[in-house]
Design a binder for this molecule. Structure first.
Ligand SMILES: [Zn+2]
Length: 271
């Protein structure tokens, strides 16, 4: 099937990318984010392609040719910024893509990443040519360059990207699905390449266990209610999905479908 979207993990191979620091190399962070999104889109039934799946050198010509010839309508080029700012930047072509870019920015904000700007830029002295080659050379494809944050931020981007890259990657998936009327949810629809554990068991020693609504971050303060495993000498649920590591979607009697945090050190077991 022809993809509607092609994901482009920026840089790769001999080109590490400037958005690197002592914690990560940009090309690898871009790839991690991109592969996560690639799997999520497949789960969600969105026809998707990707310019590279490994640490591979792609010249701008090779990269843009892959995008132009993919048959996709949209391209998301994933990057990490540098230059001393803080927050995400979303860049679209002078010829269009502003709404897509704004939608992505708005979902990133909802995922608690500040957005520095949504913008477009032309080549110096030329009003009809995009500055960035991914915007300029990708033909009729609507390409959005997403800078998730700054590698050299003096504020919180370094910590945020390390801890929350998955959340930001997911925010872009949601933006794209909403924008293009694909049903978005946090569940796994049985995508082939996603490992799917079967059952979650909460031990009878636990008296209360937080559960969270599906569309919020599963963190204290966002809970929908509490399960009481002790009352039932332990509780077992089918795992319906796993939006991030150690977070599961389960169907509960009292709260409906919810997310639950169940790191192994909580005493929960997966089998
Ligand atoms: Zn980059």
């Amino acid at each position: 099937m022809k993809p509607i979207l092609i994901i482009d993990p920026g840089h790769g191979g001999r080109d590490p990318g400037g958005g690197s620091n002592n914690q990560w190399i940009e090309k690898n962070m871009n790839l991690t984010i991109s592969l996560y999104q690639y799997e999520r889109y497949k789960q969600l039934g969105v026809p998707v392609a990707i310019t590279r799946k490994m640490d591979q050198t792609l010249s701008p010509d090779q990269r843009t040719k892959l995008v132009r010839e993919s048959g996709a309508r949209y391209c998301h080029s994933n990057h990490i910024n540098s230059g001393g700012g803080d927050g995400a930047e979303v860049i679209h072509s002078i010829f269009g893509g502003k709404e897509m870019a704004e939608k992505i920015a708005s979902e990133l904000r909802k995922a608690d990443q500040n957005v520095r700007r949504v913008f477009t830029r032309t080549l110096r002295g030329e009003t009809k040519r995009d500055y960035y080659f991914m915007n300029r050379e990708t033909g009729s494809v609507t390409t959005t360059i997403i800078e998730y944050g700054f590698a050299d931020s003096r504020q919180d981007d370094k910590r945020q990207l390390k801890e929350n890259w998955r959340k930001y990657a997911e925010a872009v998936v949601k933006a794209f699905c909403d924008f293009n009327d694909y049903t978005y949810d946090l569940e796994d629809h049985g995508g082939k390449n996603v490992e799917k554990p079967k059952k979650l068991h909460l031990p009878g020693t636990a008296k209360s266990w937080r559960v969270y609504p599906l569309k919020v971050a599963p963190v204290i303060g966002n809970e929908k209610g509490y399960l009481n495993p002790a009352k039932f000498s332990g509780l077992t649920y089918d795992i319906l999905g796993s939006p991030q590591s150690n977070v599961y979607v389960i169907q509960t009697r009292d709260f409906g479908k919810v997310q639950i945090y169940a790191h192994p050190n909580t005493g929960a077991t997966i089998r």
